[in-house]
Write a protein of this length. Structure first.
Length: 398
């Protein structure tokens, strides 16, 4: 088995510090350090492509640039990298979305993957004109995917659903290949949608025991539908030549958190309707985090290592994925193997800043997984290329 690795395009801005925001909270000021220009995002995408990542996730929401438009532009500066485009059903008609995906496939040579984001924040959804409650949004997502999949199969689709209605919907040109659908959600209705419609179920980086329970839950639901799914996990990474160097970097990031920013972000995330977001908050204490835990004191940041090499510090200022794998290249590889043993096949990763961290992981961890037969470069290369960025050879990643 060869594991699949994806990287992340920070369309909310990038920095040597954590860029917070998401899930209804605005991006923090650090997002202005490296604006998400096409030139910079293309630099990250080309690095990810060379290092052996299969795709790159782009987020969705008011806090970032539009994923469809950005990836369409960045795709013209890459050759192989796929784009895991996050989009929200309900903001665009299913027939138009199916057509957009089909066009994307033709114009990029089949490099589109779709990350379906139902939306866990009603106040943000209302800003876009969507006034359904959360459960209704998930039911609409199910109808949306039923229509889109029918169109991609070349059918003429008629559906008079609870939320969506189409008559004699068809596509003049079908996508080749049909984009795979990625999806995450921790509520009961989300599980039903995943079981019936998606290819890859994504979870955020919870401790392995929690991930195992979630996989078992979704597998059971899918089996009742006569289907099998693949599983992926969304994590940040801080990987260095030694464990001490990695945790020193985690300390540096933690020391850069302004307590008032943490308080503001946590207050915003506390009102999230997303069960996944509430599970993330529970890992680090949410708004009840003592001020003393925002300061580092050597070793691992107190109380924030929730499983060996799994650090919950990112979630103090960032919505959504809030945990990071922190450690030496060997330790991070071992944690990846631990998740793979549970059934995780795809890893959607990121790190601050995204250009440099792509090299740390690509040159440090991927070769170790390749040596154990767990990963192969998509281009069949035997080794990741040397870093072609200014910091390489001058105390930077190796």
């Amino acid at each position: 088995m060869s594991l699949t690795f994806h990287w992340f395009l920070p369309t909310n801005g990038d920095s040597r510090h954590v860029v917070g925001g998401g899930h209804g909270t605005p991006a923090t000021a650090s997002g202005r350090d490296r604006p998400p220009t096409v030139a910079y995002l293309s630099q990250i995408a080309r690095a990810a492509e060379d290092l052996g990542f299969v795709g790159a996730l782009t987020p969705t929401g008011a806090w970032c640039e539009d994923a469809w438009l950005t990836t369409a532009m960045v795709s013209q500066h890459t050759e192989r990298l796929k784009f895991l485009v996050a989009f929200r059903p309900g903001f665009v008609s299913p027939t138009l979305a199916a057509q957009m995906a089909s066009t994307f496939q033709r114009q990029t040579g089949g490099r589109l993957l779709l990350n379906v984001v139902t939306g866990g924040e009603s106040h943000e959804q209302r800003a876009y004109g969507d006034f359904l409650d959360k459960d209704a949004r998930y039911r609409r997502t199910g109808e949306f995917l039923e229509i889109v999949r029918g169109l991609w199969e070349g059918k003429s689709v008629d559906l008079d659903g609870e939320h969506l209605r189409v008559e004699e919907a068809t596509l003049a040109r079908l996508p080749a290949p049909v984009p795979e659908v990625y999806f995450g959600g921790s509520s009961p209705v989300a599980g039903e949608v995943a079981a019936r419609h998606v290819d890859v179920y994504l979870t955020w980086g919870e401790p392995p025991a929690q991930v195992a329970r979630k996989i078992a839950w979704i597998r059971g639901l899918a089996a009742r539908e006569g289907r099998t799914l693949r599983f992926g996990i969304r994590l940040h990474v801080i990987t260095r030549d030694t464990s001490e160097q990695a945790w020193a970097e985690a300390h540096r990031l933690l020391d850069g958190f302004d307590p008032e920013t943490v308080k503001s972000v946590q207050a915003g995330l506390a009102r999230s309707e997303s069960e996944g977001q509430q599970r993330m908050l529970a890992l680090h204490g949410g708004g009840n985090l003592p001020h003393s835990r925002l300061r580092s004191s050597g070793g691992t940041p107190t109380g924030l290592e929730i499983h060996p090499n799994l650090w919950a510090g990112i979630g103090l200022v960032r919505g959504g994925a809030g945990t990071a794998l922190v450690g030496s290249h060997e330790e991070v590889a071992e944690r990846i193997k631990e998740y793979a043993a549970l059934g995780i096949e795809e890893f959607v990763l990121s790190g601050y800043p995204h250009l440099e961290e792509a090299y740390w992981f690509g040159e440090g961890v991927l070769p170790k997984l390749r040596a154990q037969g767990l990963w192969t470069h998509p281009n069949g290369q035997q080794a990741a290329p040397a870093a072609q960025v200014p910091f390489a050879g001058a105390g930077g990643p190796r």
